[in-house]
Design a protein around this ligand. Sequence first.
Ligand code: SAM
Length: 303
Amino acid sequence: NQENDNKSVAGISSIIPGWFSEISPMWPGEAHSLKVEKVLFQGKSDYQDVMVFQSSSYGKVLILDGVIQLTERDECAYQEMITHLPLCSITNPKKVLVIGGGDGGVLREVARHSSVEQIDICEIDKMVVDVSKDFFPEVAVGYDDPRVRLHIGDGVAFLKNAPEGTYDAVIVDSSDPIGPAQELFEKPFFQSVARALRPGGVVCTQAESIWLHMHIIEDIVANCREIFKGSVNYAWTTVPTYPSGVIGFMLCSTEGPAVDFKKPVNPIDADDSQSRPLKFYNSEIHSAAFCLPSFAKKVIESK
Ligand code: SAM
């Protein structure tokens, strides 16, 4: 079909020669484009097509199956928010599990929390880890932390086998629900997350865009309200290179000590003396992230 023809070699669009256009049935009728300076890597793993290119305006860009995963310029907005929204909402997080997130950026952010003793990560695709280490050293630096234990495998199976009540926080840094990440958006997966969390433990999962995916968000919210007996909240942030320029997160806690996600109790505000200061997250933006536009608020609160 026409859309596939336009995708052409390596996802480099033939609509605008020399530009990458992000075409997907997940956002029909629109395609964000970035000017390509140079393609740096192209590969096919057992799970997906992997590409890295140098863009002219956002630094290096990681693409999986034709979809932008991160750019050097705006990855901070996503990685800092998906990590610190949950970890700053509880005191003393010690054991953290990351599902997906093979680029290592969430690990880099979790490692800022000195109370954390163990950081497990389960990423399905080793090629993402290797490519990130080769091309995105400022992101993959997360792997250098001695608390990190990398497991290559399916996050769904990993969580099914995880001992009950283990983790203070689970962060699901997944790709979109087409391809290997599909099950990470389904009810049985959320049930195993809840099982693996300690009472009053928290989960934060990538939960798509309020502009494009309200139908997906509605399902996630409905499932989470059934499963998580503590609190259930939706938050969002801006990431210019994600479709529609925004991305959301589902934040839930299990029954136990109450968690009020809107009021961070474990602040980690920017400290310029750090070797890598925070670029995006602060306590004010934490609370603001839970304020929703009226159209989204109406749907999410009705679930
Ligand atoms: N931080 C960026 C973002 O959210 O757009 C990057 C996303 S991260 C690279 C998504 C990762 O989830 C990918 O590396 C992908 O291989 C991994 N993934 C997808 N399905 C998975 C599964 N079932 N189990 C574990 N990891 C999975």
